[in-house]
Design a protein around this ligand. Sequence first.
Ligand code: KDG
Length: 322
Amino acid sequence: MANFITMGEPLVVFASQDSDISLDKSLHFQKFLAGAELNVAIGMHRLGHETMYVSKVGDDILGKFIVDSIKEIGLDSSNLLIDNQFFTGFYFKQKVSKGDPKVYYYRKDSAASNIHSKEIDPSKIKEVKVAHLTGIMAALSETSLQTLKDFNEELNAHQILTIFDPNLRPALWESTEKMINVTNDLARNSAIVLPGINEGKILMGSSDPEKIADFYLNQSKLTHTVIVKLGAEGAFVKLQSGENYYVPGFKVQEVVDTVGAGDGFAVGLESALLEGKPLNIAVHRACAIGALAVQSAGDSEGYPNREQLSEFYKRQNYQGDL
Ligand code: KDG
């Protein structure tokens, strides 16, 4: 039975292989699984954790690709629904030699944006200890927002550790104001909040990691820890007790693609917490998997298995997470 759970929209990404060429002109694409929460689920499974992925796809070729891949990987798909009324979302990703790739989504009114709480079987979450939630489901539609809220409530009722990544997708929201209000409101219902430094700026107006952390700690009694992701610089951690510290990032040889790094960060943190590691070690692992993620082209292809993680630690001369 799964001890880790996440819910989100699975996507197929067509990643351009033609560097710095706009997507309308690109001719060569590689097809990968994508979707922030699915990336996290794959990463958790790769590290040996039984993972349930909750979602809905259309009864179409991309849905089939996703369902077949998820089954082949070995995720628990007992709450993965197929609906012939809706299509499966996908996106195109431009390859860039510098910075973040441009992305174009085709996901409005997709199957996942039409998932209802009553379609999810809650009896399957009995053994779950840690859950990963993001603001993406909230951005897709009023239906998926409600489903996310109900899901969050169910997790909290079962005293499951909830971890919320805002994962801002401005292109999916009808207004910035709504994105900010809904996202901050959702964060209130999680024990750990994981804003990126740039997201913090948008969501509460400051680029100071400590101010961002204080904002989330002060707005809810449920939130006991905030971890602000600082990209290559690592992360800033602050607890409800006031204790706070920085965790440095790991060195990266070559950045191939930054998409999926935040999800990799979550995989590191959540896998280590599930294994009972102390928080500071979990944040080191988060930084390690974030660093590994940016060194490959797919969204989740860079996430390591156990062996690859220890090899990475060896190369970096890091012995804290043994
Ligand atoms: O975090 C990675 C995601 O950005 C990608 O896999 C797909 O944009 C995406 C999304 O919204 O899930």
